[in-house]
Design a protein around this ligand. Structure first.
Ligand code: CTP
Ligand SMILES: C[C@](O)(CO)[C@H](O)COP(=O)(O)O
Length: 226
């Protein structure tokens, strides 16, 4: 049986405000997507890679990746992240039993996080998420009024890669109502009563979302350089 990596990379990146789709924005001269894939494949736990690309950029992504990631499948994404992940799942070979879903935008996630997530799925969890502690105080608000201050000791921030039993993830995506809000894949399992496990995440797995994130990523890559 094999482990697949599905990489949703079809978002526009509106909050980043770059002239290109976010996954193709350069970091140290190479697209975010390439940084993400290099770290994922360095984990040695990935057998099959499916990249979900912006519909208009599939050919460009294919030629970018073919030499770096032999056998990579590139499929067009949809309007929402959930649609893109579903498109990636539909492209998977039948003999895949574990699926990792990893945002191209979390381009500096270290290989060890992939290894830990796969190990937890192979140990029997239906779904696994890497998490880090929340460092801000978090409040629930209505308009400009604070309703309550949440107990931070019970809160975590959730990253990717998220790992799943392939059968379970396929089933929850096919059962999902199109357009229904799901900000991550594990949330779709939770909604159907599946248990989701956590493993330690890594600060370097932050999501490049806004321009400041790209500056942080650049600084981290500069430090890695020999
Ligand atoms: N329709 C979409 C939307 C998002 N994604 C991917 O999902 C990941 C997480 O999404 P996010 O960081 O929110 O990316 P964008 O949707 O591109 O960002 P924004 O909301 O700022 O436009 C990214 O790797 C993004 O490319 C995708 O494949 N298809
Ligand atoms: C999947 C995710 O990265 C986990 O934190 C996150 O939910 C994606 O959210 P976005 O609004 O699509 O950036």
């Amino acid at each position: 049986m094999r482990t697949a990596l599905v990489v949703p990379a079809a978002g526009r990146g509106d909050r980043l405000g770059a002239p290109r789709p976010k996954a193709l924005v350069p970091l140290a001269g190479e697209p975010l997507l390439l940084h993400a894939l290099r770290r994922a494949t360095a984990s040695d736990v990935v057998d099959v890679v499916v990249v979900v690309a912006p519909a208009g950029e599939c050919e460009e992504v294919r030629s970018l990746l073919t030499s770096e990631v032999p056998g990579v499948l590139v499929v067009p994404g949809g309007a929402e992240r959930q649609d893109s992940v579903r498109a990636g799942l539909r492209a998977l070979p039948a003999d895949v039993d574990v699926v990792l879903v990893h945002d191209a935008a979390r381009c500096l996630t270290p290989p060890g996080v992939f290894t830990a997530v796969v190990a937890a799925v192979r140990a029997g969890a239906a779904g696994v998420v890497p998490v880090v502690p929340v460092s801000d105080t978090v409040k629930r608000v209505t308009g400009h009024h604070v309703v309550e201050t949440l107990d931070r000791s019970e809160l975590v921030a959730v990253q990717t890669p998220q790992g799943f039993s392939a059968d379970v993830l396929r089933a929850v995506h096919e059962a999902a109502v199109p357009g229904a809000a799901a900000t991550d894949d594990a949330g779709m399992l939770e909604a159907l009563g599946h248990t989701v496990r956590t493993v330690p995440g890594d600060e370097r797995a932050f999501k490049v979302t806004r321009p400041l994130d790209l500056l942080l990523a650049q600084s981290l890559v500069d430090q890695e350089a020999p």
